[in-house]
Every structure is written in C-alpha cells, then in structure tokens.
Design a protein around this ligand. Structure first.
Ligand code: GLC
Length: 434
C-alpha cells in the first residue's frame, strides 16, 4: 500500500509540467525529408536500404541552420514543449551512436542535431521531448518476424535498447520520451487498444519493461508515452482529438498539413481556427495537443506554417489562461455548454472556479445563452478585451450574457471567462426540461 502511494506521488510530480503545458511542437525531420514524399517513403516505395542510405549524402543543411529556429517558433506559438524524431522507422539517427554508422554525425552533415536541438530547447526554456522509433526497416528480421529470424530480431531489439540508453545518458535531463514503431508484423496490434492499456506480446518482444526501467533510472522525472506496448504515462491518439474518458494523461498528435514529414506540396494545410479548435478540445478534456510540422530538408520551415503558428501564439497571448493548466471538463457539462459533440457556440475549458466559454460561432444579436450550470456566476469577462460583460440569471441553470458587440472581439475564438462560486457543477442534460 505504502509503495503504491509513493509511486502515485512520484507520477503526479513528474506529470506536473505536462498538465500545465497543453501545447507542444512535434517535428518530423530526417533523410526522408530530402525526397519530399513523407516519412514512410522508404516503405511505401520499397526502396532498398543501400539505395536509401545514399540520401545521407544529400542530407546536409547549411551551416547557418540551427534548431533554434524551430524552438523560437514554438515559443512564439505559445508551445511549452517539443518532440523531435531522433530516429524514425528508417533507422537514420540525428544523434551520435556507438552502435550505428547510419547517423547524421557519421555521414555528410557531420552534426549531432539532437545535441543542437537540446541546447536550443534549454536556451529558450522549452521542455525537451525525444521521439524514437523502436522498429528499423533496415533489418530483414523485422519483416521475417522473431520466430523465423530470432537472431536478427534480437539484434534490432538490442540496437534499440542501446540507442535509447544513449539518448537517455548523453543529453542531460530529458522531459519526455515518445516511443513509436512498436508494431511488429504478424503480432496482434491495435493502437486504439493500446491507447486503452497494455499490449503484452509487443512489450515482451521489445523487452519494454526492462528498457523503461532503465529509462526511469537514468531519467527519474521523464514522462513516457504508451507506444512501447506498455501503458506508462500518456495515451497518444493520433490525427484525432476526442477527450479520453479514462482518468489518464493523454495527448493528441496532429499534422498541420496531411503529412508528418516534409512533402513538396501541402494542399490542405489546416487553418488557424481549426487548429485552435483542436487545442481547445484537447484542453477541455485535460489533454495536450502536439502539433506536427515537417521542416524542409535544409531545416527551414515553410512560411505558411510559420504564419499560422504565429497567429496561434497571438491568440494564446490573450487567451492562454483558458488553456494552460486546464482541468478535465465533465462531458455532460461540455455538451451543455454547447460543447464538443455538437457546437452551437463552441467549446468549454475550465480551471478551478472558472469556466471558459470558447465562442467559435459568435451570435449576431449580441446575446449568448448558456444552460446547465448549477453554480452562481459571480463575474463574466471577455479575455480578448479584458472587459467585463453583463451576465444575468434567467432561471435555474440558465444564464444570459448580453450587450455583446456584433462582431466577435477575437476573429478566431472569443473566450468568455465565467467566475463561479465554486467548482463547476452541472445538471445532467438528459434530465433538463424546457
Ligand atoms: C505513426 C506513423 C509515424 C509517425 C507517427 C506519429 O505511428 O507510423 O510515421 O511518426 O505516427 O505519431
């Protein structure tokens, strides 16, 4: 019992920054960026590993490029942490490794980009995340499977263990380990199920228990995601944002365009308001939003991405208190407040005694009606203008905010902060009559 309690305190402690952060930058960058056809190009186009390896001669960003560019942009966007692909499924490392020559240090670029990234994060006070793919397509044993080629498979597992240890040893304090690529051909795998818990067969093959024990020894404060076949700290829904029902930390990762890695053309870049909506949805469920960009092969970031991220940053400057450190909103509450599942107004986030109404659909008649809150509303304020607005009780569980401008004070999402007389409490919407 005692042991259990201690463990919980420990996890609360290491999740503290995580629960405050809410918004992070994901970066997919590696050899595949040179081809401009996303990070799965080696697999999709069945490029033999020898031919693929030649890309290393072309992966050589100019001297002037420094990951500070990424970190500064993340900072400007209001992001609180970053996750860089230290190694993707192609096996190419952006760090120095004793167990592989297929690295940016030992090929043309001759640079340890992970070290540069870590230094830049530290300089700008950004929490540091490492993405690491357990699988490596260059091993035929990966495709043959552990039964047909146990030795080859073990070599791949051994390489992963050694490299994760290198990453956890050589770069100082690391805040977040984002595993990926845990699936193994022929072994039952369902990421949705994994988001719900553990996947014992996969974990056994990667020897994940042993690995994560070592990781935690080396980095006692690290947060670990659920992609080593073990649940660990964080669930990781991908490309969708729906608040998790479970009482677990979660993070939705999302592409800004259609892809993770660099592509020559991005015809469907998400808009500022779409991305703010995702962020709000995550925050409303007490989760984080990890937004991915795939820099060009030379490390630069497309101007369209930069402009969007800067706009989100400006929005967060005014409205950040509704996002950072947000607490999970009761689902019924969110529904009531015109929340996540259908959205006459927008969505809701909350912290302490304050609920934040995110009005994406600003009404033109200057009045907003909100139903379902049991509490008394003490004060209402628009975050964008810092002005108080008039709030009236219209009956049990019904309030009205009036005297609003015709045009939304914020072009993307106007946030109205309602200060309540206590922690938000709601009526069950199914039991409410007209
Ligand atoms: C998937 C993809 C991988 C990508 C990751 C991001 O697992 O296989 O390419 O890096 O999602 O979460």
């Amino acid at each position: 019992m005692k042991e259990k309690q201690e463990k919980r305190v420990d996890s609360q402690e290491r999740m503290k920054w995580w629960n405050e952060a809410r918004f992070g930058m994901f970066i997919h960058w590696g050899l595949y960026s040179v081809l401009g056809r996303d990070c799965w190009v080696m697999h999709h186009e069945r490029i033999p590993k020898e031919e693929y390896a030649e890309l290393a001669d072309k992966f050589c960003p100019p001297k002037e490029f420094t990951p500070e560019l990424w970190v500064k942009l993340a900072k400007e966007a209001g992001m609180r942490y970053m996750v860089l692909t230290t190694r993707h499924h192609d096996g190419f490392c952006l760090f120095d490794s004793k167990v592989s020559d297929f690295t940016s240090v030992k090929t043309k670029a001759k640079r340890d980009f992970v070290a540069e990234y870590v230094n830049a994060c530290r300089k700008f006070g950004m929490k540091i995340g490492f993405y690491y793919s357990l699988l490596d397509w260059r091993f035929p044993a990966y495709f043959k499977g552990p039964e047909k080629d146990p030795e080859g498979f073990e070599q791949m597992v051994e390489q992963a263990h050694s490299q994760v240890k290198e990453l956890m040893t050589n770069y100082g304090k690391i805040d977040y380990l984002f595993y990926d690529g845990e699936w193994i051909p022929g072994v039952p795998f369902n990421r949705d199920l994994i988001n719900q818990g553990e996947s014992p067969e996969i974990a056994k093959l990667w020897r994940s228990k042993e690995l994560n024990r070592i990781v935690r020894e080396l980095q006692p404060h690290i947060v670990i995601n659920n992609r080593s076949g073990l649940a660990e700290d964080v669930d990781t829904p991908e490309r969708f944002a729906i608040p998790s029902d479970k009482d677990r930390a979660w993070e939705s990762c999302m592409t800004i365009g259609d892809n993770w890695g660099y592509v020559d053309r991005e015809p469907a870049i998400k808009s500022v308001v779409q991305l703010i909506q995702y962020l709000v949805i995550c925050a409303s469920g007490g989760g984080n939003f990890l937004l991915n960009i795939g820099p060009d092969p030379d490390g630069s970031i497309r101007p369209e991405f930069i402009a969007i991220l800067q706009e989100i940053g400006k929005w967060l400057e005014k409205n950040g208190e509704s996002i950072y450190g947000s607490e999970r909103v009761n689902r019924g509450f969110a529904c009531h407040m015109a929340g996540m599942w259908w959205a006459p107004l927008g969505s809701v986030t909350a912290k302490g005694n304050v609920v934040y109404i995110h009005v994406f659909h600003w009404p033109k008649d200057g009045r907003i009606t909100i139903t379902g809150i049991k509490n008394e509303v003490l004060k209402a304020k628009i975050l964008a203008t810092k002005k108080e607005v008039k709030v009236e009780k219209m009956g049990e569980g019904k309030i009205s905010i009036s005297g609003l401008l015709k045009e939304p004070p914020d072009p993307y999402d106007t946030v109205i902060a309602l200060e309540l007389d206590g922690k938000p409490e709601v009526f069950d919407y199914r039991e409410m009559s007209l």
